[in-house]
Design a protein around this ligand. Structure first.
Ligand SMILES: *[C@@H]1O[C@H](CO)[C@@H](O)[C@H](O)[C@H]1NC(C)=O
Ligand SMILES: *[C@@H]1O[C@H](CO)[C@@H](O)[C@H](O)[C@H]1NC(C)=O
Length: 341
C-alpha cells in the first residue's frame, strides 16, 4: 500500500527534507449554511459539515477577512482559522427513510471528533522530497471544487481527483473510484478532494469560485506539471480526506433489492459524481507561507499546535434547527435520492 510506504518513509526520513502539512480538524458544526455558493442564505439548499475557525457564517465577504474574527479553530494548527467544508453523506434505507452518516478521524488522529483531515503539500502526496516552492493563499482567498449537478463519470472527470475509497481498514487508500463504492465498506467510506493548484495571481475569487484557479498545463501537480500562462502561480495542493463511518449501515439486508448502493449526498446525488468541497483561507499573518517554506512533516514546529481537547472544544451552535440525527423522510432542504439530472 503506497500510503503505508509514505508513513513509514516519513517516520524514518531525515526531518529536513519534507514540507507537507497533514492535520486533523474536529467538527466545528453541521449546518445548512454555504457562504461561498449561496451567501446570505440560512438555510442554504443542502446540509454541510464544516471545520475550522468559529467566525464561519452565512455571509463571509473577502474584504472583511472574516476568518480573522474567529476566537477559536477546530483545527490542530491554532493559527489556521480557515474554513473547510463538504456536503454530508446520508444512508437511504429500504423503507425509503434517510439517516446521516457520522464522520470519524483518520488513523493517528483518534480522539478528534468528526471533521476531516486537511493537507497542504508542496509536491504530490507520494513525493518524499517536497522541495517545490509554492505561494500560500492570500487573505480573502476562497475556492470551490466539483459540480453539484454532475451525475455522470464524464462530468466528474473534468475535476482531477475527487474520489472515494472503500475502506477495508482505516489505512486503505486504493483503489479509488469516482462514484460511490458498490459494496459495504468494513471501515467506512473515505472521500478525497484535491483542489487545483495554479492561481491567476490576481483574483481572490471568481463567479463560479473556480475560474481563478487552474490545473497544471501538462501532467499533474503530482508530476510537477507547469502552471499555464493564464494561471502562473503555483500554490500548495489543498487536499481533504473525509471518513464516513458507514459501519452501522453495512448490513446488506438493509440495502436495496436491486443491488444498487444506498448512500446519497445531502442534496440527493446517489451516484457520488457530485462530490464537491469549499475553502475559505484564514491562516494568520504569514503562518502558512512560513510553514510551506520550512522543512517539516505533519508536526510542523514552525506552527503553533493545540491538543485534541482544544480542537473538540471549538464548536458552534447550529443556525438552522432541523433534525440531523434521526431517520427522516426527506433530506434537509427537501431533497430525495436522485441518479440523473
Ligand atoms: C452570523 O451572522 C449573523 C447575522 O449577521 C450575526 O447575528 C451572528 O452573530 C453571526 N454569527 C457569528 C458566530 O459570528
Ligand atoms: C426504516 O428502516 C430503518 C433501517 O432498517 C429503521 O431503523 C427505521 O426505523 C425504519 N423507519 C420506518 C419509518 O419504518
Amino acid at each position: 500500500m503506497r500510503w503505508n510506504t509514505l508513513a513509514a518513509a516519513a517516520l524514518f526520513a531525515p526531518s529536513n527534507v519534507l514540507a507537507l502539512l497533514r492535520f486533523p480538524c474536529g467538527q466545528l458544526v453541521i449546518d445548512r449554511l454555504d457562504p461561498l455558493v449561496t451567501p446570505g442564505m440560512a438555510p442554504s439548499p443542502h446540509l454541510h459539515q464544516i471545520v475550522g475557525g468559529n467566525s464561519f457564517n452565512a455571509t463571509m465577504v473577502p474584504e472583511k477577512d472574516m476568518p480573522q474574527e474567529s476566537t477559536c479553530t477546530s483545527c490542530q494548527f491554532s493559527e489556521d482559522f480557515s474554513n473547510y467544508w463538504t456536503a454530508i453523506l446520508y444512508f437511504k434505507a429500504k423503507n425509503g427513510t434517510y439517516k446521516r452518516v457520522p464522520q470519524i478521524q483518520n488513523v493517528g488522529f483518534e480522539g478528534v471528533k468528526g471533521g476531516m483531515t486537511v493537507y497542504y503539500m508542496q509536491d504530490g502526496l507520494y513525493n518524499f522530497q517536497q522541495t517545490s516552492k509554492v505561494t500560500a493563499f492570500q487573505p480573502g482567498f476562497r475556492m470551490f471544487i466539483g459540480d453539484v449537478n454532475a451525475r455522470t463519470r464524464e462530468e466528474v472527470e473534468k475535476f482531477r481527483q475527487l474520489t472515494f475509497t472503500c475502506l477495508q481498514t482505516l489505512s486503505t487508500r486504493d483503489p479509488q473510484t469516482l462514484d460511490f463504492p458498490k459494496q459495504p465498506c468494513p471501515a467506512g467510506i473515505m472521500t478525497a478532494l484535491r483542489f487545483p493548484t495554479c492561481w491567476d495571481g490576481k483574483n481572490l475569487d471568481s463567479p463560479d469560485h473556480m475560474a481563478h484557479m487552474a490545473y497544471p498545463e501538462s501532467g499533474t501537480f503530482e508530476t510537477g506539471g507547469p502552471c499555464p500562462a493564464s494561471h502562473p502561480v503555483r500554490m500548495p495542493q489543498l487536499f481533504y480526506e473525509v471518513i464516513w463511518d458507514t459501519k452501522q449501515f453495512n448490513n446488506k439486508a438493509d440495502w436495496p433489492d436491486d443491488g444498487s448502493q444506498p448512500f446519497v449526498w445531502s442534496f440527493g446525488d446517489g451516484t457520488g459524481y457530485a462530490n464537491h468541497g469549499d475553502y475559505v483561507f484564514g491562516w494568520q499573518d504569514d503562518s502558512l507561507q512560513r510553514a510551506m517554506d520550512s522543512p517539516c512533516y505533519q508536526n510542523c514546529p514552525t506552527l503553533k499546535s493545540q491538543n485534541n481537547a482544544a480542537m473538540n472544544a471549538c464548536t458552534m451552535k447550529r443556525r438552522v434547527n432541523e433534525d440531523i440525527d434521526g431517520w427522516v423522510k426527506v433530506l434537509p432542504g427537501g431533497h430525495v435520492a436522485n441518479y440523473r439530472k
